[in-house]
Design a protein around this ligand. Structure first.
Ligand code: GDP
Ligand code: MG
Length: 179
């Protein structure tokens, strides 16, 4: 049976832990610790190492889902966790003032994945924060010569997380056929 490694990335609070917990068939391994990074930040805990969950596709393939830590000081972990990963689900928090510049930075970090059709974007908290819309995100991607699928999602809903995974897998298959 094939095991496929996928990465959930994005800034702190974007919903990586929530997304993996929403769809994992095994109790997700969550390595949250007390959050000392931002005084007054609403979240009491944050991911210092990584999250892990698992999903089996109809064909029997096992998806291994890893969540990257959100803080910038753990950037090196992105590189380590990214090794051997087939694709990336990038989660964005639309309630942040700097949502688009955060997006720019993450896209740059995962440019290789994005360029080979191995990255999809889920923008969260759009029910309260409609702007920037998905077209605005697409424009920032285009500025880096990237065309990637971008969805407005609420990762508390398992169906939204599955939508992101389906889009990612569809993209990966299209690119395989084109090679
Ligand atoms: N209102 C709202 N809350 C969301 C949405 N997506 C995620 N959340 C919440 O935002 C928080 C995200 O935390 P977490 O999953 O720990 O983020 P992480 O740091 O990326 O792992 C959780 O409390 C979620 O319930 C959304 O679309 N709307
Ligand atoms: Mg987390």
């Amino acid at each position: 049976m094939n095991a496929i490694k996928l990465l959930f990335s994005g800034p702190m609070g974007a919903g990586k832990t929530t997304a993996i917990a929403a769809i994992s068939e095994i109790p997700p391994l969550i390595t949250d610790a007390l959050n000392n990074d931002q005084a007054g930040y609403a979240k009491a805990t944050t991911t210092v190492a990584f999250d892990y969950g698992q999903v089996t596709l109809d064909g029997g393939e096992v998806l291994r889902l890893y969540g990257t830590p959100g803080q910038e000081r753990f950037d090196y972990m992105w590189q380590i966790l990214g090794q051997g990963a087939l694709g990336v689900v990038l989660l964005m928090d639309n309630s942040r003032e700097d949502a688009l510049s955060v997006f720019d930075r993450y896209l740059l970090a995962f440019k290789d994945f994005a360029a080979r059709g191995a990255l999809v974007v889920g923008v969260g908290r759009t029910e309260q924060h409609r702007q920037p819309n998905t077209a605005a995100y697409a424009q920032r991607a285009a500025a880096q010569a990237l065309a990637i699928p971008i969805f407005s999602v609420d990762v508390r809903r398992a169906s939204d997380v599955r939508l992101l995974l389906s889009a990612l897998i569809a993209q990966l298959e299209i690119h395989q056929h084109n090679e």
